[in-house]
Design a protein around this ligand. Sequence first.
Ligand SMILES: O=C(O)CCC(=O)C(=O)O
Ligand SMILES: [Fe+2]
Length: 334
Amino acid sequence: MPAEVKPKIGDDAQISLDGQEKGELTLLAEQLRDIGPRLNDDPRWTSAARELSCRLPMRLRQTLRRFTWNSGREAMLLVRNLPVEPENVPDTPTVRGSVQRETTTPASALMLIAMAMGEVIAFEKEKTGALVQDVVPVPGMEQFQGNAGSIKLNMHTENAFHEHKPDLVGLMCLRNDHENVAGLRVASVRNAVPLLSARTREILHQPRFVTMAPASFEMADGMEEPHGILAGSFEDPDLKVDFSSTIPSDDEAGQAMAELEAVIERVAHTLILGPGDLAFVDNRLALHGRNSFQPRYDGRDRWLQRVFVHLDFRKSRVMRMADGQVLGAGEAVR
Ligand SMILES: O=C(O)CCC(=O)C(=O)O
Ligand SMILES: [Fe+2]
């Protein structure tokens, strides 16, 4: 069970499946798992996931539907008691770029829930475009500001630089770290905005920030457009920032960003996810990160599986070959 350090998250931001619901989800996930060719990235399998997602237990479907209407004050949803049997989870991978290609019961459950909300997508230049990705610590990468690291991971919007960043990020725990101290941190703009001064809010809405693409994305230099960290409604804005790769364009913008970061630290929840806990973060309204932990690389390290969801699939069509799930360079410019 996740323990919340910091203020408690409300019941509207979480659902724990009861025994019957878990039983129904397990049967559905097993059915999906066994559908040929038993590969998460195969379009036939993805299509089966989409169809079967309509048969999730009713209360879960209602919760997911409500979440995609409005992700609430916390801009996240915790789904607990998924079919993960700790004794059957294989050794935690230790390689960089590890992904889940073969279908499993937990990854099938994750896929069913994600597909019930929208379309699971991936980026060709990240984790080889796999739809279900492993989040594991990698030897030698301890200091890395990315999910292979184990130092504190700064709060960020996922793929903030990308025009079609995910709308939702799903992180499911298969195994936590040895000491059970590694926590996913989540902070909602809806909790942060009331704590900011009016002037800071105004500055954060102005295009005085640029967000760099990670080197792995091989984007051409100088492509980054200045953007506001807050955008849209002044009352209920969207939030886009990565405290490792967003750069303010002047001192005043830098101060506003520092004030925001301090407030984000105050409102962030730390979720110690256990096996079978799944957190969906609304990537338009909430930031996420991770505190530090000590990996041992003995096969028992922390292991999350991650999916990205788009709520409007059509928007990214030009970047997706054959209307598939993976965003790449897309069509040649005519
Ligand atoms: O390790 C975590 O809890 C979060 C890692 C992360 O930010 C990600 O995988 O996108
Ligand atoms: Fe992330």
